[in-house]
Design a protein around this ligand. Structure first.
Ligand code: DGL
Length: 269
């Protein structure tokens, strides 16, 4: 039986897998975090592509039928090339999906004034992939992006409820508030863990798009429409965790991101 593969640069994708598992606990999943080479957020697009390609290869060789790039940076900088070049040449029958299109679709549905804010890593912002996807869906939309390179280390240090978090978020979000956005996309795996703080800062009116529930809903719908894939996926509710770094950190921090205790195997990409 086959698995659904979920890939991220490190821990963050565990928040996405958590959301997916909540809606579809019955499937079998393999999670891969490239912790040895994370973070991807400020790396060059070529390197992000190469690392992501290796991860996709690993997941397909380990019985995945479909792979979700839960990482926004990988979705922004590698997904298109993987779908258009790598899969047709190497895995013509397999599918790789990302997190950007689901989040963009949801934002376009939710916005009224067509002014959408995005916070993400430097790599995601520079790629302009969110701008491209949102404008494809709603050409009149205005997209305002802010790169927030300090938020991933903040969350990984467990400081999401600190004064420091208030200061950083206040600084990053201020320019977006001035742009009168009515929807804010949390365009990075880690930012869902900051949602409460973000809500305090932006007030009750702006709608927040947090990726985990949105990606889970879209995947459920996708599998409903692609029975050929869905029928191959095992239904034992099993999850296997891999990381490229076999340290205590993955199990400790990963368990926090995932919401329950996890144990991982080492992956050699
Ligand atoms: N997973 C990454 C993302 O969603 C954040 C962590 C990193 O920079 O690798 O963009």
């Amino acid at each position: 039986m086959k698995y659904i593969g979920v890939f991220d640069s490190g821990f963050g994708g565990l928040t996405i897998l958590r959301g997916i598992k909540k809606k579809m606990p019955y499937y079998n999943y393999i999670y891969l975090g490239d912790n040895a080479r994370a973070p991807y957020g400020s790396r060059s697009p070529d390197l992000v592509f190469e690392f992501t390609r290796q991860a996709v290869d690993f997941l397909f060789k380990n019985k995945c039928e479909i792979v979700i790039l839960a990482c926004n940076t990988a979705s922004s900088e590698a997904l298109r090339k993987i779908q258009q070049e790598y899969l047709p040449q190497n895995y013509p029958d397999k599918k790789v999906l990302g997190v950007l299109i689901p989040a963009s679709e949801e934002a376009v549905v939710k916005t009224i004034n067509k002014r959408i804010g995005v916070i993400a890593t430097e790599g995601t912002v520079k790629s302009r992939a969110f701008v491209r996807e949102i404008k494809k869906l709603e050409p009149e939309a205005k997209v305002f992006q802010v790169a927030c390179p300090l938020l991933v280390p903040l969350v990984e240090a467990g400081k999401q409820n600190s004064k420091l978090a208030d200061l950083m978020l206040g600084d990053y979000l201020k320019p977006l508030l001035k742009k009168r956005i009515d929807v804010l996309i949390l365009g990075c795996t880690h930012y869902g863990l900051l949602e409460k703080k973000i809500r305090q800062i932006i007030g009750p009116k702006i709608k927040i798009i947090s990726e985990a529930p949105v990606v889970a809903d879209k995947l459920k719908d996708y599998l409903k429409r692609h029975k050929d894939i869905e029928e191959k996926i095992g239904r034992d509710g099993k999850i296997i965790f891999y990381s490229t770094d076999l340290s205590d950190k993955f199990q400790k921090l990963g368990s926090k991101f995932f919401g329950q205790k996890i144990k991982n195997y080492i992956a050699h990409l």
